[in-house]
Write a protein that binds this ligand. Structure first.
Ligand code: FAD
Ligand code: NAP
Length: 533
């Protein structure tokens, strides 16, 4: 490599993706610097400190596998680890691999500009730093750019307001307060049961009801933990071969929900409900393909809601009528039962929409509710938000904002035509948010590291996705999505939660065939990418 730049690689973000990328880059002998807006490592787990925050992919799976020593020495305490435990795991990884020396915290990357003549990137931060590097790796996170809806009067509220994705480090005590939670996605579903226990009154402002399956969280059985650790690689291998890279407790059976008897189908849903967790949707192969099959899984959940929630009117309002799995499934601990508490009230925004936030509370079309605190559990500008908040200029001064005006376009979710030597980890066009993200992250980091090593060995200095390969890839991703029921609802996968955002299904369904394709691309000398000396 030529040495006319400060660094070989700048990595933006120090969540699980950025941390591992830094470790891998160092392993290749590259000079690398990671820039992180937060005050420590952990990304998602640094920012999302709301009550009840925990993973919903089981901890034995939601962890790095790149170091056997690491996975052997770390003991998860619960089936689904809490946010503090996951954050301390991230901190342990940073200490163990001595990562912090090369991470600049409390610093936001504001722009990245490619210079065609020198073939290098210039990265500028809000602290006035200017770094030049051969490669830039965006490890900025798919769910890191918060979505704070522009509700009239939002900033006039005189009580305390919080976004789940920017929760105060010192925590919040809701005891005795009148609290409003806006949103009923995963963050809301995890926090509402705990806020409901603390608050004097809790009003839940629901626009679209969510499907949620119980977590049945519990301390991890030491025998189970040791059994997995005894052959961790085999456990990971099996899980990686599922479409979501998430292993279940019941075997996946290749059959349609409609080809079994009603009793058999019910028994399968009951068993999965009793097991808990996201693999409920793995019961049959066509649940996300055939509306009639999907309806059987949705009906079962609606029946559970009816059985749990005592007031039939409230139960009815909590029942989603969309395709189950179209919006991401939620995993909860006591969510539906929380509505049996006398201090918890459901406000159905489909009947009585929010008109404004006032200095004293929230006004819906029927009434005004006095509040001391508002929690915005309103999600993220997913997959593209963090990238588009950076002023990224590629070849010929083209901005990413322009290139992605009609929605994100990538090749393999890793590279972007017009943006040489820029890699994205778990970018749109890759399985990413439809998987156990730790698995997807590791796959991408290793692919990028192998690619840089390949180039270095051959004296190549520039790589860029070709427009042709990118166009074909985007068509393929859309074709796969159109084959499923995913485009049928207003999900954040489609960008539908952010007003004005292009409506494009961003992730790619199916982890194993995607991995095969990435391997094939690499084996064919990075087919679909143009490489230059
Ligand atoms: P992040 O963890 O989001 O890290 C990105 C980092 O980049 C952030 O720290 C951010 O501050 C930084 N950054 C962004 N832009 C800039 C910039 N311009 N300059 C400097 N720094 C920047 N996935 C699962 O698979 N299983 C789960 O159980 C699960 N639970 C989740 C729970 C919550 C509450 C949320 C929000 C997400 C969850 N996810 C889960 C998805 C989760 O985001 C990923 O699993 C994973 O943590 C992502 O890691 P990352 O490093 O790619 O991104
Ligand atoms: P989300 O799923 O996007 O949910 C946001 C909620 O806010 C939705 O109910 C949405 O309603 C509502 N909302 C948004 N704007 C609104 C407005 N203007 N008025 C009223 N309601 C509004 O966000 P999230 O709950 O933070 O979760 C995002 C993703 O992060 C999850 O899908 C998951 O991938 C991950 N996550 C995982 C866990 C976990 O269990 N481990 C926990 C949290 C997050 P609509 O549906 O009508 O848009």
């Amino acid at each position: 490599m030529t040495e006319d730049h400060d660094l070989d690689v700048v990595i933006v973000g120090a969540g699980f993706a950025g941390m591992y990328m830094l470790h891998k880059a160092r392993g290749l002998g590259l000079s690398a610097r990671c820039i992180e807006a937060g005050g420590d490592v952990g990304g998602t787990w640094y920012w999302n400190r709301y009550p009840g925050a925990r993973c919903d992919v089981e901890s034995m799976q939601y962890s790095y596998e790149f170091s056997d020593e690491l996975q052997q020495e770390w003991d998860w305490s619960e089936r689904y680890a809490t946010q503090p435990e996951i954050l301390s795991y991230a901190q342990h990884v940073a200490d163990r691999f001595d990562l912090r020396d090369d991470i600049q915290f409390d610093t936001r990357v504001e722009s990245a500009t490619f210079d065609d003549t020198t073939g290098q990137w210039t990265v500028r931060t809000d602290h006035g730093d200017e770094l030049t590097a051969r490669y830039v790796v965006m490890a900025t996170g798919c769910l890191s750019s918060t979505n704070l809806p522009d509700i009239p009067g939002r900033d006039s509220f005189e009580g305390a307001s919080y976004h789940t994705g920017r929760w105060p480090h010192e925590g919040v005590d809701f005891t005795g307060l009148r609290v409003g939670v806006i949103g009923t996605g995963s963050s809301a579903i995890q926090s509402i049961p705990l806020i409901g226990q603390e608050a004097a009154e809790l009003h839940v402002f629901q626009r679209t009801p969510s499907y949620s399956v119980p977590a049945h969280n519990r301390p991890l059985d030491p025998d189970e933990r040791e059994r997995i650790k005894a052959d961790y690689a085999a456990f990971r291998d099996v899980n990686r071969l599922t479409p979501t890279a998430i292993g279940g407790r019941r075997p996946s059976i290749e059959r349609s929900a409609l080809e079994v008897s009603e009793e058999e189908r019910r028994a399968e849903y009951e068993a999965r409900w009793a097991d808990g967790g996201l693999t409920y949707l793995g019961a049959f192969t066509d649940l996300l393909i055939d509306p009639a099959a999907n309806a059987t899984a949705a009906d079962f959940i609606r029946e559970q809601i009816e059985a749990i929630v005592e007031d039939p009117e409230v139960a009815k309002r909590l029942m989603p009528d969309t395709v189950v799995g179209c919006k991401r499934m939620c995993v909860d601990t006591g969510y539906y039962a929380t509505f049996n508490r006398p201090n918890v009230h459901l406000v159905d925004l489909r009947e009585t929409p929010i008109e404004e936030i006032t200095p004293g509370g929230i006004r819906t079309s029927d009434t005004h509710r006095e509040l001391d605190a508002i929690v915005f559990a309103t999600g993220f500008d997913a997959m593209t938000g963090a990238l588009l908040r950076i002023d990224i200029k590629g070849r010929d001064g083209q901005t990413l904002q322009d290139a992605w005006e009609a929605g994100p376009r990538t090749y393999l979710g890793l590279g972007i035509a017009g943006f040489p030597n820029l890699f994205v980890i778990t970018g749109p066009g890759s399985p990413s948010v439809l998987t156990n993200m730790l698995v997807s992250i590791q796959h991408h980091v290793e692919w990028i590291a192998d690619c840089i090593a390949h180039m270095r060995e051959r004296g190549l200095h520039r790589i860029e996705a070709t427009l042709d390969a990118q166009d074909q890839w985007v068509d393929y991703v859309n074709m796969v999505a159109d084959f499923t029921l995913f485009p049928s609802c207003n999900s954040w996968y489609l960008g539908a939660n952010v007003p004005g955002k292009a409506r494009v299904f961003m992730p790619l369904l199916g982890f194993p065939p995607y991995v095969e394709r990435c391997t094939e691309v690499a084996e064919k000398g990075y087919e679909g990418f143009a490489l230059q000396a």
